[in-house]
Design a protein around this ligand. Structure first.
Ligand code: GUN
Length: 283
């Protein structure tokens, strides 16, 4: 039987509608959530992501601005700007678009952002809070994935979740969130030997490899839940995920498409985090 396709674009639209209500109520109380996005350099993909964040903010009534800086910006200049944004009471969320030019140390920039304004959830304090199960800003893509699973009441507790990819942005945190939901978690990565022996045992398979069609039907278990985090532009210019969707959907119970899958959820979770930042984290 063909899998149920979890449409991230539709779910994102529903969530944004609810957030629009919430933002309008906050505005009535005199609180307008504000997101500042910092873009260093002129990478076209980053520019397009940043514009997407601005557009989505506007749709929900969240105010936002983009600070564009040249590639020649020094690390010191960027850190000074972050310090200024940290102290600006009207700014609730700060996001520095990654990747940064090579001469700027990403980790130094991440750690310079006030953890209370870290809507990416990348600051070590927020990663630690996530590991401890405390209220925090969850990294947007993992947060989006968990939200997609919950939207379909997919059982996580007691199930074997296998993650392919161990990036700080997706792989590592999504494993932690699934563990927090009582899944049994296995991490696989580029050095994993016998990858298929793991993927074939996954009840929930999260694929964040960054390679088009890396996972096929024979790699997945019958009725598995397959979440495809990949966004790959192929030769004909179209976008495709890391999973061979047409094959895999005949074997999975649930599957996310690309496009209209995890991608639209990521931006939506950023908006959720910005509203949370405006209201303040619980202790
Ligand atoms: N570049 C690609 N994904 C992200 C993200 O989630 N946050 C930031 N800041 N940069 C990114």
């Amino acid at each position: 039987m063909s899998a149920e396709v979890i449409n991230g674009k539709e779910l994102a639209a529903e969530l944004k509608l609810a957030m629009k209500e919430e933002v309008s109520e906050l505005k009535e109380k005199g609180l307008t959530p504000h997101l500042t996005v910092v873009l260093v350099g002129d990478d076209p993909a980053s520019k397009s992501y940043v514009n997407g964040k601005k557009k989505a903010s506007k749709e929900t009534g969240i105010s936002s601005d983009i600070i564009e800086l040249p590639t020649s910006t020094t690390e010191t200049e960027l850190l000074q700007l972050i310090d200024k944004l940290n102290h600006d009471q009207a700014i609730h969320g700060i996001l520095v678009q990654l990747p940064l030019p090579e001469h700027i140390k990403e980790q130094s920039v991440i750690e310079a952002i006030d953890p209370q304004k870290d809507v990416d959830g990348f600051h070590p304090i927020n990663i630690g809070r996530m590991m401890a199960g405390k209220d925090t800003f969850l990294p947007c893509t993992p947060f989006g994935i968990i939200t997609m699973l919950k939207s379909r009441d997919i059982q996580i507790e007691g199930r074997h979740a296998v993650i392919i990819g161990r990036s700080n942005i997706v792989g590592k945190p999504v494993g932690q969130l699934l563990l927090n939901e009582n899944a049994t978690v296995t991490y696989c990565h580029s050095r994993t030997k016998g990858l298929q022996s793991f993927t074939k045992n996954a009840d929930i398979l999260i694929v964040a490899v960054g390679k088009a069609n890396a996972i096929h039907a024979e790699d997945i278990k019958e009725d598995a839940v397959v979440i495809d985090v990949g966004i790959n532009r192929v030769e004909d210019g179209t976008l495709t995920g890391d999973v061979d969707f047409e094959q895999a959907k005949e074997k999975a119970s649930y599957i996310t498409p690309v496009p209209r899958g995890v991608g639209p959820m990521t931006i939506t979770m950023l908006l959720k985090n910005t509203i949370k930042a405006a209201k303040g984290l619980e202790n």
